[in-house]
Design a protein around this ligand. Structure first.
Ligand SMILES: [Zn+2]
Length: 276
């Protein structure tokens, strides 16, 4: 049966559109790739960690490392814990789900719920001021982290790179610096019981440089090259943004694409892992 000229034109147009969409998809996907980092199924498994402690600044920071935390627990049988330094009371609610003065209480509860969903054995949320972690007494903060590390004996710490903090947030950089300092001091005290690895979560450089504006470029310029990457368990990140209901629309707001679509593209977590 002969194909009518109109139908043929429509088929050609649909084909061209499909090719264009595929090209855009592959280009976007490549923005999140770090081809130089070795792929492993699990960072905790790679390091042989039996106990992992995440040290972060805000409720929802753990969203960047869901793959590491979930696989450490479910695949490698490691115990996972987390310390969040602030209650995130200075964040912007997207959408607003509470009276503004109660945002800290809401976000405190949200991070506890997400920690439970991620299988954390224990977690603490401290009361440092959101946005003021770098002004807090650094020695006290480092001392508190050391005390928790001595009590919990993690093999591996996961935190932010101190020079770039994943997003350039000063609280992130302070958390990464203090966690690193705590590990270094414990290693001087007793290398047998101190953590023996730190996994620093890094931002995908091409995406950050192209779409992150001036701050993104600062992050790219101040990060090391990632040496390992692992699956990010995007489904858990999508779920986590539902749990962090006061931040649910944050990614869509910041990057203009739906959360599910973003994690279909951004499906690996990139780390700079230091072993002592
Ligand atoms: Zn944060």
């Amino acid at each position: 049966m002969p194909v009518s000229p109109v139908l043929r034109l429509l088929l050609v147009a649909a084909g061209v559109l499909a090719i264009l969409l595929a090209a855009v998809w592959f280009w976007l996907d490549a923005q999140f790739d770090e081809p130089g980092a070795r792929r492993v199924p699990s960072i905790a498994g790679e390091v042989g960690a039996r106990s992992v402690l995440a040290v972060f600044a805000h409720p929802d920071d753990e969203q960047s490392v869901t793959g590491l935390l979930i696989r450490a627990q479910t695949r490698d049988g490691a115990v996972t814990r987390m310390i969040t330094a602030t209650r995130g009371e200075a964040g912007t609610p997207l959408p607003q789900v509470s009276r503004p003065e109660e945002l800290g209480i809401i976000r405190h509860a949200e991070v506890l719920k997400n920690g439970w969903a991620l299988g954390l054995e224990e977690q603490e949320v401290w009361d440092y001021p959101d946005g003021g972690l770098s002004d807090a007494d650094y020695e006290v903060y480092v001392g508190r982290l050391m005390e928790r590390m001595q009590a919990w004996q993690p093999d591996m710490i996961v935190t932010f790179w101190p020079e770039s903090g994943l997003s350039w947030h000063p609280d992130h950089r302070t958390a990464g610096r203090a966690a690193t300092e705590a590990v270094q001091r414990l290693r001087e005290l007793d290398p047998e019981t101190a953590p023996r690895a730190i996994a620093y979560i890094l931002a995908p450089r091409r995406m950050m440089g192209r779409f992150g504006g001036e701050r993104g470029q600062h992050v790219v310029d101040n990060q090391p090259e990632p040496n390992l990457q692992m699956p990010g368990e995007g489904w858990a990140k999508v779920r986590g943004w539902q749990i962090h209901a006061s931040q649910r629309d944050y990614l869509q707001h910041a990057y203009g694409i739906p959360t599910e679509l973003l994690y279909a593209l951004y499906d690996m977590e990139h780390y700079y892992v230091v072993e002592f």
